[in-house]
Design a protein around this ligand. Sequence first.
Ligand SMILES: [Zn+2]
Length: 699
Amino acid sequence: MKKAIIFIIPLAILLSTGGKKEVKSNNPFFNTYDTPFEVPPFEQIKAKHFMPAFIKGFEDQKREIKTIINNSKEPTFENTIKAFAYSGQLLQRVSSVFGSLNSANTNDSIQAINRELSPISSKHRDDINLNDTLFKKVKSVYDNRAKFALTDEEKKVLEDTYKDFIRSGAALSNEDKDKLRKINKELSLLSVQFGQNLLAETNGFNLIIDKKEDLSGLPEGVINQAAGMAKSLKMDGKWVFTLQVPSMTPFLQYSDRRDLREKLFTAYFMKGDNDNDHDNKAVIAKIAKLRYERSHLLGYDSFADFVLERTMAKTPEKVYSFLGQVWKAALPVAKAEAAAQQELIDKEGGKFKLAPWDWWYYTEKIKKAKYDLDDEATRPYFKIDNVMDGMFYVANQLYGLTFTKRTDIPKYHPDVNTFEVKRDGKHIGLLMIDNYPRLSKRGGAWTGSFRGQSRDINGKMITPIVTIVTNSTPPNADKPSLLTAEEANTVFHEFGHALAALLSNKTYPGGSLPRDFVELPSQIMEHWVLEPEVLKVYAKHYKTGEVIPANLVDKLVKSGKFNTGFVTVEYLAAALLDMEYHSIKEPVDINIREFEQKAMDKYGLIPEIKPRYRSTYFNHIWAGGYSAGYYGYIWCEILDADAFQAFKETGNIFNKEVAAIFEKEILSKGGSKDPLAMYISFRGKEPGIDALLENRGLK
Ligand SMILES: [Zn+2]
């Protein structure tokens, strides 16, 4: 649910050697990749290669644009839109590697390059988007679109290209274009700064424990994990908990030490809000203000109006009304959950009021009493390799895909596992999976790509190279990686995004799904995780191989609707906060702490719950492309709950006919069709909100 997904500029690039012998450059980006499936040769790529490749990439694309502009013939789809769609291939080639590494395996050099690059990229994009002659040509093709015989995909590419130009300011006066350029440059720098501050803040705190008695309540697995973390930080003999979710959450669930829970969780929710060198308050206040100014220049009332125009929801009113309906259903449930916890605290003789750092601890206790279930009891059945086998099995049953581990393919980090994906013996693409936290990786889980599926300019198929990056519980000296049921769910979720990227079948490069549709392929995969037919295939005890007992599964399923008031409310609070920042209708200097408090008070968020992301570490909306779009996860839940029913209704969760229609109408389309039309082609009708509320036990 809370996973970020970033599609890192999916475009394929094959440098043509034109049949001549290629003269090898010492910069790998300038050569044909001499590797299996032309995977980037990671071991040859050094930080010093990026900047020269970017610079040449900018120059190449400028030259390609010039060719389009200087063409004296009447503008056509072929000589303008198609030529534009295929421009900038070297740039995509280097961007996809740089972007992926900057998120999953960064270092000081990459971060320095990113700071230097960001304003140059922003200027390059503006030079194209604000180019008057180019825009006139695009507009001419768009205005005369009835004259051209175009495929449905081409019609969508043309419309998107035209609208992208308008939305980037192509129709503005020169004076306003200059203002826009300034804003874009500033925004590009601010989002880099936000991300770098956040990484520093996340890595800047450790809860170090040196007395055994301070580990009270923690299960053995959690203690070993913390000992391993201490060792890796050269603090042998101690125990370390970090602000990474897989390290922090078990501590909050199990530690009897209320003071230490408070210390750890406070450090988490104060990230970026410590009035130090890495404080993000001023950064995000500037971002919110500049985003408003930008949308105002472009003729919109607010940034949310600007963003939502291109989504399924279309308007802020629609989003607010939808979030409001779910909030109304969820808040009373969360309040009842808080009351039940307070009751337990009182019964135990604790003379304090439930606080945010208590929530996980008492939830765990109540869950244990109610369902006789705790995370540690199920972990042994969710060994990460088994979980991956499970998701591969589902993809095989539904879509006939096979996944074969390949060890001969370059990887950007030793933790990466690479699989070749085939169907009927035919190569479909590669999937790289990178599961464990490290200091060089940002938090969360996401799906990206080193190469997106498309066809090259001559129509030849380019197969995708897709990546799944997570921060799952790592193995330690005694145990392999054993996941919680929620972590297993996350892996299935990202795999759903990966399937959409792998089964994409379009012609033109680029294009992406709107935020309030992109979570349909991922969230629908979550429905298979706990299906008994799937569990019996993969959920096997890592030592004995015994399949997870039916009564444990029953408990898992029943407890799935437990604590959903909290889960829904903490998510909705963040989604509403996102909407509030992006609905401002004047250029105000926001006081972040006040703004956040006021926004939450307005909806009546109870003090025992913090928004899933507070403002200063809300990467999704300040740097992750989810601005005015974080609501998309729960919006998509309407779709995935209803779409999974299409399988259920047939009495067969592996119904191949339904899967074939889902692939054809949804997965294969990428951004090449209107989302609502896509959904209706699949299901025959629009979905309602009921399946979502039912799913969450909020009805
Ligand atoms: Zn996702």
